[in-house]
Design a protein around this ligand. Structure first.
Ligand SMILES: Cc1ncc(COP(=O)(O)O)c(C=O)c1O
Length: 396
């Protein structure tokens, strides 16, 4: 049998919790609060079916052909308008389509990370980002996340201690996994520190448009006057993740290089999907679609939080996010959420993501991430009450 000599960069890469959980989510029996799945009942199936048919019949010869690596110009123009609406001024050579925000994380890593470079991450942070950064051999530096975003004091110390920092990775709105949003003061302080230490900021913003409470805050990119912020957006949570369509906004020099790396990786996004989404946005008002998503997710979030309030012991804390798809539960330190999930699965077929996967460096075992967008109302109630019942036993 062949003995594989894998490249050094994949040493230590383990099967991820995300992969296992995506598999779990596919079991219809399991009440899965695990994945970051949008509610599939909200996918605009009829409208998409119509636009795909029109695209193939009316412009199939272009829509099924190769196109440019940067993506369909008409769709990029629409992104430019949407970005302008949130204060990000960009031109055609400063925006390109990518296969979801996830590809942006990989391509930005490939472009910037040399082995040993420090990458500063919120702790906890998005597991998928850690998976993207890791093969490029960075030194992960964790900065604690507080109720209003990254700790600025710790960030300052981390930047001083790590002069070889390449970028700070942040999810400013309804962070994955915690649901936390960064305050305006902290956005400004973060930008100012990044400028002082001459590091980049990677702003990952797939949930921004899913705000259903509180005040809209400027994106970090919109406050940037130095070309220091790379901004990632995605259609995954506002339309459908299966389209694999996202975008990156960055200075033209950076986009030029990302485009070369994307060419090497997958040539381009699906021409057909780009045409379909472009036509969808021409024919329908995507913002009214997003309104419906927001109403549904707010209802589900309120239902989940209310059930946590009535079912969980007082010693258990949870975030009450203003948008996005996740809440973060913190149990007393003696509760190990991996063990707890074995019980919730065995007794009630309830799954979540144990929090340990989201820590870039020092792991904490007493948290979990709970998604409220995917499950129907009755399963949210049943699942949260089941977790509450099981965890009550820990307090007897
Ligand atoms: C913070 C964050 N970034 C990026 C992604 C990747 O999303 P996609 O590649 O579907 O755009 C996700 C997905 O859940 C996410 O939560």
């Amino acid at each position: 049998m062949a003995k594989y000599q894998f490249a050094k960069r994949v040493e230590g890469i383990q099967p991820s919790a995300i992969k296992e959980l995506l598999a779990l989510g596919a079991d219809p029996e399991v009440i899965s609060f695990g994945g970051g799945y949008p509610d599939p009942d909200l996918f605009p199936l009829d409208k998409l079916s119509g636009v795909y048919q029109e695209v193939i019949l009316e412009e199939g010869k272009q829509a099924l052909q190769y196109s440019t690596t940067e993506g369909l110009p008409a769709l990029r123009e629409k992104i430019i308008k949407r970005m302008a609406h949130i204060g990000i001024e960009c031109t055609m050579d400063e925006v390109m389509m990518i296969s979801g925000g996830q590809q942006g994380l990989d391509l930005v890593s490939k472009l910037f990370i040399n082995e040993g470079d420090a990458i500063i991450c919120e702790s906890p942070t998005f597991l998928g980002a850690l998976l993207s950064f890791k093969p490029y051999g960075p030194k992960f530096v964790s900065v604690p996340l507080e109720a209003d975003g990254i700790s600025i004091d710790h960030l300052e110390a981390a930047l001083k201690e790590n002069p070889n920092t390449k970028f700070i990775y942040t999810i400013p709105e309804f962070q994955n996994p915690t649901g936390v949003t960064m305050s305006l003061e902290k956005r400004k302080a973060l930008l100012s520190l990044a400028s002082q230490h001459n590091v980049l900021i990677l702003e990952d913003s797939p949930y921004r448009e899913l705000r259903y409470e509180g005040d809209v805050l400027p994106s970090i990119k919109s406050l940037d006057t130095e070309g220091r912020v790379i901004h990632l957006g995605s259609f995954s949570k506002i339309l459908c993740p299966g389209l694999r369509l996202g975008w990156v906004v960055a200075p033209a020099e950076v986009i030029g290089k990302i485009s070369m790396l994307k060419l090497a990786s997958d040539t381009q996004n699906s021409t057909l999907n780009m045409h379909a989404v472009n036509r969808f946005m021409d024919k329908y008002d995507i913002d009214s679609h997003i309104e419906v998503l927001k109403q549904t997710y707010k209802r589900k979030k309120d239902l989940m939080v209310e059930n946590m309030r009535t079912s969980f012991p007082d010693a258990v804390q949870y975030t009450n996010p203003e948008g996005g798809l996740f809440s973060w539960i913190t149990f007393p330190e003696r509760v190990d959420t991996v063990k707890l999930m074995r019980e919730t699965l065995a007794e009630a077929k309830v799954a979540y993501v144990p929090g340990l996967s989201f820590f870039p460096t020092k792991v904490e075992n007493n948290h979990c991430r709970i998604n409220y967008s995917y499950m129907p109302d009755e399963k949210i109630e049943f699942g949260i009450q089941a977790i509450g019942r099981i965890v009550q036993n820990y307090f007897k």
